[in-house]
Ligand binder design. Structure first.
Ligand code: G3I
Length: 359
C-alpha cells in the first residue's frame, strides 16, 4: 500500500506564490503545463492507466490554453455536463447532441477514450420531464418508456465510442438507503437493473458503471453499493464497474480503507475507477493546505494504481479557473491540479510522481 508515501516536506519544497482570496497563482505559470517533462498521459500509459479529466465544453471552445492542456495531459475525457439529460433532450423529442458530438470528435482526434456521464440521475433532468411527473401528466408506465428511450437513444448514438458509461449516478443516501428520486418513487428499485440492461443492449462492449460520491472508503454507502453490485451480478444484470467520484475536502480528512473498498469490488469481478477527483479546501489556500491536498490526490491515485481492477483515474476539471467548487461551496475552492493561471500546484507534481512510479 503506497498511500501517503510522498513526504509533505518534499511537497513544501515546491516554490509557490499564493495570491488572492479566490484562487492560486503558481510560480510555474508561464512554463507549465506545456513545458518540460512528459505529460501525465505519457506516464499513465506506462502504468496501464487512463488519466482523465471532466471537460467544460464552453472553456474548450474559447480558451486555447484549456484546449491544448486537455489534449496534452489526458488520455480520457468525461463530459462535465453535455451528456446529461437536460442538455441532450431540452424539449421532449428534440435533441441537442452538439456538445457531446464535439467532445467525442475532440477525443477521437487526440487518441483519448471517453467516459459517458451520465444516463440516470436525479439531477439535471429536463424541465418537461420533472414538470410532467409533478403534475401527473406523465404516469409511471409512460415514465419507464421515456427512461428506456433516453438510455437506448444516447448509448446507441455513441456505440463503440464510449469506453465506460456511468449508467446510474448517486442512487444511494449516506445511510445506505436508496435515494428517494422520481425513479425510485415512480418505478421502484427495479429501474436500476433495467437501466443496465437497456444500456447493455444498446452497446454490448461499453463497460457499465455505478457511480457516486462519498464512497471512497468502506462506509454505509459504499457497502450498499457492494451489496447491490453483488446482487445484480448474481442476477446476471450487466453491471461491470464501480465508479468512485472522489470529491474530497482536506478539512474532513482522508477517507478510511480505500484499498479495502476497491478490493471487495475487485473480488466481485468488477472494474473500479476514480471518476471525478478533486480536493477542495477552505480559502485562502496556503502552502500547507496545498501540500495536504497533494497527499489526498496521491492517496487516491496510489489506491487505484495498487488495484488491478482500477484502470481509469479522472479529475473533475484540471484548472481552478473552471472548477465547479466555488459556485457550490461558498468560501471553498482551489480544488484542482492547476491554478487559475494553469500553473502547476503541488498536487500536479504528486500525481505526476505517482504515475511515474507506476503500479
Ligand atoms: O449552461 C447553463 C447556462 O446556459 C445557464 O445560463 C447557467 C445559469 O445557471 O447555467 C448553465 O448550466 C450550469 C451547468 O453546470 C453548466 O455550467 C448549471 O446551472 C449548473 O448547475 C451545472 O453544474 C454542474 C453540476 O454537476 C450540476 O449538478 C457542474 O458544472 C458539474 O461539475 C457538476 O458535476 C457533478 C457530476 O455530474 C456528478 N457528481 C457531482 C459533480 C459535482 O457536483
Amino acid at each position: 500500500m503506497k498511500n501517503f508515501r510522498m513526504s509533505v516536506v518534499g511537497l513544501l519544497g515546491v516554490t509557490l506564490l499564493v495570491t488572492g482570496f479566490t484562487g492560486v497563482q503558481t510560480a510555474a505559470a508561464h512554463e507549465a503545463p506545456q513545458g518540460g517533462k512528459a505529460p501525465l498521459r505519457a506516464l499513465a500509459e506506462r502504468a496501464d492507466l487512463r488519466i482523465g479529466t471532466a471537460v467544460d465544453m464552453a472553456a474548450l471552445g474559447e480558451d486555447t490554453t484549456y484546449r491544448r492542456t486537455t489534449g496534452r495531459e489526458f488520455n480520457s475525457v468525461t463530459a462535465e455536463n453535455v451528456m446529461k439529460w437536460e442538455v441532450v433532450e431540452p424539449a421532449r423529442g428534440t435533441y441537442d447532441w452538439s456538445g457531446a458530438d464535439a467532445l467525442v470528435r475532440f477525443a477521437r482526434d487526440r487518441g483519448q477514450v471517453v467516459r459517458g456521464h451520465t444516463l440516470v440521475w436525479h439531477s439535471q433532468l429536463p424541465g418537461w420531464l420533472t414538470a410532467g411527473v409533478a403534475d401527473g401528466s406523465i404516469g409511471a408506465g409512460e415514465l419507464r418508456g421515456i427512461l428506456r428511450k433516453h438510455v437506448t437513444t444516447e448509448v446507441k448514438r455513441y456505440k463503440g465510442r464510449i469506453q465506460q458509461w456511468d449508467v446510474v449516478n448517486e442512487v444511494f443516501e449516506e445511510d445506505g438507503s436508496l435515494r428517494n428520486s422520481i425513479w425510485l418513487q415512480k418505478l421502484g428499485p427495479s429501474y436500476i437493473a433495467d437501466a443496465f440492461r437497456w444500456a447493455h443492449a444498446a452497446d454490448p462492449k461499453a463497460k457499465l458503471f455505478l457511480n457516486d460520491y462519498n464512497v471512497e472508503g468502506v462506509n454505509a454507502k459504499s457497502t450498499a453499493y457492494y451489496e447491490l453490485a453483488k446482487r445484480l451480478r448474481a442476477e446476471d444484470v450487466p453491471v461491470q464497474g464501480f465508479g468512485i467520484q472522489g470529491h474530497l475536502a482536506i478539512q474532513y480528512g482522508f477517507p478510511g480503507d480505500v484499498a479495502g473498498n476497491l478490493a471487495r469490488f475487485e473480488r466481485l469481478g468488477m472494474q473500479t475507477a476514480f471518476t471525478e477527483v478533486d480536493v477542495r479546501m477552505i480559502l485562502p489556500a496556503d502552502a500547507e493546505k496545498l501540500a495536504t491536498q497533494a497527499t489526498y490526490f496521491r492517496g487516491l491515485l496510489d489506491a487505484c494504481l495498487g488495484a488491478r481492477s482500477c484502470k481509469s483515474f479522472t479529475v473533475w476539471g484540471f484548472t481552478d479557473k473552471y472548477s465547479w467548487v466555488p459556485g457550490v461551496f461558498a468560501g471553498q475552492g482551489a480544488a484542482t491540479l492547476l491554478g487559475e493561471d494553469f500553473g502547476r500546484k503541488p498536487a500536479y507534481g504528486a500525481v505526476r510522481e505517482g504515475l511515474a512510479e507506476g503500479r
